[in-house]
Design a binder for this molecule. Structure first.
Ligand code: SDX
Length: 428
């Protein structure tokens, strides 16, 4: 057991702060009394060294490349579990029994339909609207539909809102795709799995039966598992901050979708595949690696680097393995996969990437497989949002049900002008 106190000597005074330990990972210095005791704030733009909450959902060891959901390693969950099982695990704290899993899946399956009024909502978008713009709008619009469950202090209201969000995201995402290509929306089919239903709503047409390919269904379900939750990332922190004011849960998830869209976050999977296509052939790789290393060039290797992982993102390992399995099973190939493999190989043997500990992250290979399944690049982040909704609602529930929960309200280091008097416009 290490020190239990941290001492700050500042401006002639000494202040003690408690050191708290979690189950795993770094200890924290509890600085909640820092401003009251010292009149100073901490300063940590980007929150590189700041724990915003305590959470029991997900643990990441960035140095070792470890990712646990409620203690279970992501590699084992990806290998043996299903997205519905992981959703239950994150929401309820443990892997479900067979009966619990059936009940949970039954409940989610029966919330997949959308209010018919929402079909009109889609008509307001241009056909070339980015699916993430539609997802932001449609999920935010759902906050206008469910007046039967708006009391977030009521666990039952929180539960049904969580189930509705998890259940309806595939329908909303599939409708965004159908709207973009001018095909009719497909209604959910309750006889299919969560992921099989999504594939049919996306790629099926009313004119004929749609056969779910079990290899694709398993691969996509695994991809959803890899994207389910990831500790206090930018979009999850956005959902928590929005939720801390007591806002409507659908509006909070819409805020998370907006944040995820950025190319530095969930938008990287779309940007990574676009980058691989721009590179085109392995002989062009050195040119792009040089650009990524050039301080004067804003270009970055998309799908590389991570705020927390300073080792290989364990999700990227599973993703690369899944690409190989799907390509082999479907007897397909894609030259862009070869470019990705060689780009990884060259980058991981380049001092710049080694010194800065830049490894492939979850977004580096995901686009290769999503493209092989048939999704356009514009749908990649929408799929990320679909899967991350499980983590967002689990984190939101954990926050709202914490008795110590307060509205999030960071402070700042003010660098603007000191107080000055107003000058009438004829005197300026
Ligand atoms: C996700 O937080 C999460 O958990 C996110 C996520 C999740 O599941 O929720 O894991 C999902 O967002 C994965 C990350 C997807 N983004 C990308 O792939 C975009 C490319 N990567 C970067 O933009 C960057 O690595 C970030 C945004 C991911 C991390 O940025 P940080 O932690 O703020 O690191 P940084 O920008 O300060 O970079 C440190 C150094 C810099 O060089 P120096 O100023 O020290 O000289 O590394 C360089 C950067 O220039 N660098 C890169 C690079 N990423 C960082 N150089 C080239 N290519 C890159 N990809």
């Amino acid at each position: 057991m290490g020190d239990t106190n941290a001492t700050l000597n500042a401006k002639g005074d000494t202040h003690d702060f408690e050191i708290k330990s979690g189950t795993l990972g770094p200890d924290v210095v509890d600085i909640r009394k820092l401003y009251a005791n010292t009149g100073m704030f901490t300063y940590d733009p980007g929150f590189t060294s700041t724990a915003s909450c305590d959470s029991a959902l997900t643990y990441i060891d960035g140095e070792e490349g470890v990712l646990l959901h409620r203690g279970y390693p992501i590699g084992q969950l990806a290998e043996h579990s299903s997205f519905m099982e992981v959703a239950h695990l994150l929401l309820n704290g443990d892997l479900p029994s067979a009966e619990e899993l059936d009940d949970f899946t039954y409940t989610i399956t029966r919330h997949t339909m959308l209010h018919d009024q929402l079909r009109q909502f889609y008509q307001g978008f241009r056909r070339d609207a980015h699916p993430m713009a539609i997802m932001c709008g449609a999920v935010g619009a759902l906050s206008a539909f469910y007046h039967d469950s708006t009391d977030i202090s009521d666990p039952e209201h929180r539960k049904i809102s969580s189930h509705r969000l998890i259940a309806k995201m595939p329908t909303i995402a599939a409708m965004a795709y159908k709207y973009a290509i001018g095909q009719p929306f497909m209604q959910p089919d309750n006889s299919l799995s969560y992921t099989g239903n999504f594939l049919r709503m996306t790629f099926g047409v009313p004119a004929e039966e749609y056969e779910v390919n079990p290899v694709v269904e398993r691969a996509l379900d695994r991809i959803f598992i890899l994207h389910a939750d990831h500790e206090q990332n930018a979009s999850t922190s956005t959902v928590r901050l929005a939720g801390s004011s007591g806002a409507n849960p659908f509006a909070c998830i819409a805020a998370g979708i907006a944040c995820l869209w950025g190319p530095a976050h969930g938008g990287a999977n779309e940007a990574a595949l676009n980058m691989l296509h721009e590179i085109g052939t392995p002989d062009k790789i050195p040119e792009y690696i040089a650009r990524a290393k050039n301080k004067d060039d804003p270009f970055r290797l998309m799908g590389f680097g991570h705020r927390v992982y300073k080792n290989y993102d364990p999700r990227a390992t599973v993703m690369q393995k899944t690409v190989r399995e799907v390509f082999e099973s479907l007897n397909v190939s894609d030259p862009v996969f070869e470019v990705a493999l060689q780009l990884e190989e060259m980058a991981l043997n380049d001092d710049y990437f080694v010194e800065k500990k830049l490894f492939p992250n979850v977004d580096f290979y995901s686009g290769v497989i999503l493209s092989a399944i048939g999704f356009p690049t514009t749908m990649f982040t929408a799929l990320f949002a679909l899967a991350r909704t499980v983590g967002w609602v689990a984190q939101w529930n954990e926050m709202i049900s914490d008795p110590a929960q307060r509205i999030g309200r960071p402070r700042q280091l003010y660098t603007g002008p000191a107080q000055r008097d107003y000058v009438p416009v004829d005197k300026r």
